[in-house]
Design a protein around this ligand. Structure first.
Ligand code: AMP
Ligand code: MN
Ligand code: MN
Length: 338
């Protein structure tokens, strides 16, 4: 793998972009790379495009440089896509994918099918921020750049909790910490702190949640009228599905919110064995094995039933696998006794 400088030959104008409804990893990796390029390659003209990132990310250096749309005549030598998961989720610069000569895509979603000039996708990586780090010269990473990348890694690992957080991830995080960043403050301010309205809608989602599949699945739905009542937007509901997943005995958490009449955004998280990216893919979405999403049309009961059918398939597969493993163990024990 080449460092980022290898992709900059004959390049003057660069656009960096992430996915729609950008999360901490998306904002962190885009801003981390933006700061690295502007600080180390002063001759380059770099722009960063993100769909209205949340206010909590505004502490990042040059946050005010983020654009949410491009000029009609904008053209670039290189488009860098980060954390997008699939081509149709680029959002604000979707049209630039076809009109830009060279496209470099760095990602960690196994559902990303590629077809870019250069594609580096590591589904085992904790975050796109960790993937971006591999393309940078550690010596040239400033404190401000480190803040953004550290935030990306921290968010996508659920604060260094998920299985995707490897020893390598911790080494990268450590090297970013050594740049002198306020790591405790970043985690508290951007991940744990919630506004009053965010806490209210979280409380409502928990109150209205219900268990099925013998307590292995938890589901909660927020209707548009409830969002209006609490004065919240989709950005205010980011942590809800993770909180649902923390319920003891639950393998899968499913959170739905209404985006428009008969349309729901679905977020899914699993703990140990259900592959939620497989379920999201059935509905045209994608993501990771333990965290995935999709948008589904229909009444919410029908949406839940359709997801339940997919869950049922996987629970049955898992049960069959467990039975097989137990049978094998029994056979082994029996042969030892003979
Ligand atoms: P979310 O539940 O929206 O937070 O998404 C969980 C993970 O799935 C993230 O890594 C997203 O990038 C990915 N994801 C969510 N929705 C989609 C979609 N419609 N298509 C592809 N990937 C998605
Ligand atoms: Mn993301
Ligand atoms: Mn990510």
């Amino acid at each position: 793998m080449e460092k980022i400088a290898a992709y900059l030959e004959n390049v003057k104008k660069i656009a960096i972009a992430g996915h729609v409804h950008p999360d901490g990893d998306c904002v962190g990796s885009c801003m981390g790379l933006y700061l690295y390029l502007t600080e180390n390659f002063p001759g380059l003209d770099v722009e960063v495009y993100l769909e209205e990132p949340r206010e909590v990310f505004s502490f990042l250096k040059d946050f005010d440089q983020i654009r949410s749309s491009h000029d009609a005549d904008a053209s670039f030598d290189l488009l860098i896509l980060l954390d997008i998961s699939s081509r149709d989720r680029v959002g604000v610069v979707q049209d630039l994918i076809d009109s830009t000569g060279k496209v470099l895509c760095l990602d960690h979603h196994r559902t990303n099918e590629g077809a870019y000039t250069w594609f580096y996708n590591d589904p085992e990586a904790s975050s796109t921020a960790e993937v971006v780090y591999r393309f940078l010269d550690p010596e040239k990473i400033s404190e401000k750049c480190a803040e953004a990348l550290y935030m990306g890694i921290a968010h996508d690992t659920g604060i260094f909790q998920y299985q995707s957080c490897s020893p390598e991830t911790m080494c990268v995080a450590a090297s970013l910490m050594k740049k002198g960043i306020p790591y405790t403050w970043i985690i508290d301010r951007t991940y744990y702190q919630k506004s009053y309205a965010e806490n209210q809608i979280l409380g409502r989602a928990l109150m209205e949640s219900f268990l099925f599949f013998d307590g292995k699945v938890i589901v909660s739905v927020i209707r548009e009228r409830t969002m209006k009542f609490f004065g919240v937007t989709p950005k205010d509901m980011d942590g809800i599905v993770s909180q649902l997943r923390n319920t003891i005995g639950v393998e899968v958490a499913v959170f739905l919110y209404e985006t428009e009449w008969l349309e729901y955004k679905v977020s899914m998280r699993s703990k140990d064995y259900i592959d939620v990216s497989r379920i999201a893919a059935v509905f045209g979405g994608g993501g990771h094995v333990r965290a995935a999403g999709c948008t589904v049309q229909g009444m919410h009961r029908d949406v839940i039933n359709a997801i339940a059918r997919e869950l049922d398939i996987q629970f049955r597969e898992h049960d069959a696998q467990m039975r097989e493993e137990n049978d094998e163990k029994d056979d082994e024990r029996n042969s030892e006794c003979l």
